[in-house]
Write a protein that binds this ligand. Structure first.
Ligand SMILES: NC(=O)c1ccc[n+]([C@@H]2O[C@H](COP(=O)([O-])OP(=O)(O)OC[C@H]3O[C@@H](n4cnc5c(N)ncnc54)[C@H](O)[C@@H]3O)[C@@H](O)[C@H]2O)c1
Ligand SMILES: O=P(O)(O)OC[C@@H](O)[C@@H](O)[C@H](O)[C@H](O)CO
Length: 470
């Protein structure tokens, strides 16, 4: 790339390039690139966009890069849609403000505001702070500290975990008599509404059980399937914006043309007319969630580890590799057997999306937090296949690739909220080593000799394939 000159351009700003900030009625937890390409895009395009602004918080303490980058440009940013034949640009203005994950006082104020109608989240699977049974992980020191602090003082500002923060927010909403609210998770997790509800209700029970009745009457738990592949921002994206639009945007976001949002739930205080701009409102989101999570995300997760082991860097390169593509198809054949909605066009579309030559989606982005992803993307299908006597090879291959990835990249590129737990397991040797690491993902799978043997076989097969390619 030629020398970057984007910082020499005038800064993107709301007054010149965007819309006036809309009144804040949506509270978002965990703003990242995906929120900006997806929920903020739908809200921007809704016919009632002028009535619905998003007040967003970063998800984790210290994750303030986006906050700092967008503040000098009034929280507006450039969305780059990567069409096959060129880029399409637009300025998104629907994020009215961004706050730090540490600003618990501000979070409380928003929850206590009766104008806030909806809370959305993209805090990653790890942000739910669940244990292996899907319960709130009270053994986690951060969770335990938050629950103790909030129990002792409902006004404490020393909170770091999402379930405790939401509990603090709901306590404030009850105290302010601010009325009903919808909580609408947008994380890649089947049944994200029920999963989020479970950990928040368990936090409430630990902190102040009297809040449970209030929450039952006032919180509408929605569930959603979200889809739009959104890679990390690069300097090349910043330069493209400067060259094509003439302004300096420190945090543009590049995404694909495809977009989907399927929502199940009630909105007692209203919602933007997202359905007028393509969002699907349904009574049963489950089939859509399984299709997306198993086919798209399951293939992503498999490719992330297999591809990295075989020296491939992006999704586009992985799907172009004949061997990896054949393995993805094998996974899709297996998973499709457990879906209740059609997959033929969906699979063809996925190949097209993964192959978009202008998207450079890094496998390492997708490889993050495998300890949280394999249990929801791969394990459910593996268990069904075992019970039905079907081939478990594609599922075992994904698990084997993750173990080998941790062994080879655990100290370098692997990012995982639970790395301290899984790395020693993955690196262990001995007769029960594979069973123990599989047990971290799923106890039922670990109890299956057939599955553990298949993972061992796939570890050998993948290592041989990697050696062949060197
Ligand atoms: N990028 C995509 O293609 C895509 C598509 C569909 C869904 N999603 C969902 O959005 C989430 C975020 O993806 P992104 O691309 O915006 O990532 P990002 O890195 O741009 O932003 C991640 C956000 O999540 C927060 N976060 C990360 N780990 C957390 C934790 N353990 N607890 C609380 N908050 C945490 C960060 O603070 C940040 O605000 C994904 O995990 C996924 O659930 C992403
Ligand atoms: O966002 P994650 O980390 O849960 O998963 C990584 C990718 O599989 C994911 O971001 C996809 O790109 C996305 O789910 C497409 O809609």
């Amino acid at each position: 790339m030629t020398e970057a000159t984007y910082t020499s351009k005038p800064r993107l700003n709301r007054a010149e390039h965007g819309r006036k900030a809309a009144p804040e009625r949506i509270l978002h937890l965990g703003i990242g690139n995906f929120t900006r390409a997806h929920q903020a895009y739908y809200t921007e395009h809704a016919p009632d966009a002028a009535d619905w602004g998003i007040a967003a918080f970063t998800g984790r303490a210290g994750d303030n890069v986006m906050l700092d980058a967008l503040a000098p440009q009034d929280d507006v940013y450039t969305l780059i849609v990567t069409n096959q034949d060129g880029d399409h640009f637009e300025v998104i203005s629907s994020v009215s403000s961004i706050h730090s994950a540490d600003d618990i006082a501000a979070l409380r104020r928003y929850f206590a505001d009766p104008n806030i109608a909806i809370v959305t989240s993209t805090v990653t699977e790890a942000g739910y702070m669940r244990d292996r049974n899907g319960d709130l992980d009270v053994a986690n020191p951060a969770v335990a500290a938050d629950l103790a602090a909030l129990k002792a003082d409902h006004d404490t500002n020393e909170l770091t975990t999402i379930p405790a923060k939401v509990t603090a927010g709901l306590l404030a909403r009850r105290a302010a008599n601010a009325g009903a609210i919808t909580i609408l998770p947008c994380d890649n997790l089947a049944g994200n509404g029920a999963a989020f509800r479970k950990v928040v209700e368990q936090a409430i029970t630990a902190v102040d059980p009297t809040l449970l009745d209030w929450a039952n009457e006032n919180v509408a738990w929605a569930t959603s399937m979200v889809d739009r592949i959104t890679p990390r921002t690069t300097d090349a994206d910043r330069q493209t914006v400067a060259d094509e639009l003439g302004w300096y945007d420190e945090f543009p976001v590049r995404t694909e043309p495809f977009i989907e949002w399927v929502i199940q739930g009630d909105f007692p205080k209203g919602r933007p007319a997202w359905d007028k701009v393509g969002a699907v409102i349904t009574d049963d989101v489950t089939p859509y969630e399984h299709r997306k999570l198993w086919l798209l995300n399951g293939a992503h997760t498999s490719m992330a580890y297999i591809g990295t082991l075989l020296g491939v860097k992006t999704v586009g390169e992985a799907i172009a590799d004949e061997t990896i593509r054949a393995w993805v198809n094998e996974w899709w054949d297996l998973a499709s057997g457990y879906l209740t909605i059609s997959t033929d066009d969906y699979r063809a579309k996925l190949i097209e999306r993964f192959s978009n030559p202008r998207m450079h989606d890094s496998l390492l982005r997708i490889a993050a937090d495998g300890s949280q992803k394999l249990p929801v993307r791969i394990a459910p299908v593996a268990k069904k296949a075992l019970a039905d006597g079907k081939s478990i090879t594609p599922a075992a291959r994904a698990v084997a690739a993750w173990i080998l990835f941790l062994r080879s990249h655990g100290e370098t590129d692997a990012q995982d909220a639970y790395l301290d737990d899984v790395l020693p397991l993955a690196k262990a040797d001995g007769p029960d080593a594979t069973r123990n690491v599989v047990a971290y993902l799923d106890k039922e799978l670990a109890a299956s000799d057939e599955f553990v043997k298949a993972v061992d076989e796939q570890k050998e097969a993948l290592a041989a394939e990697a050696a062949k390619r060197q």
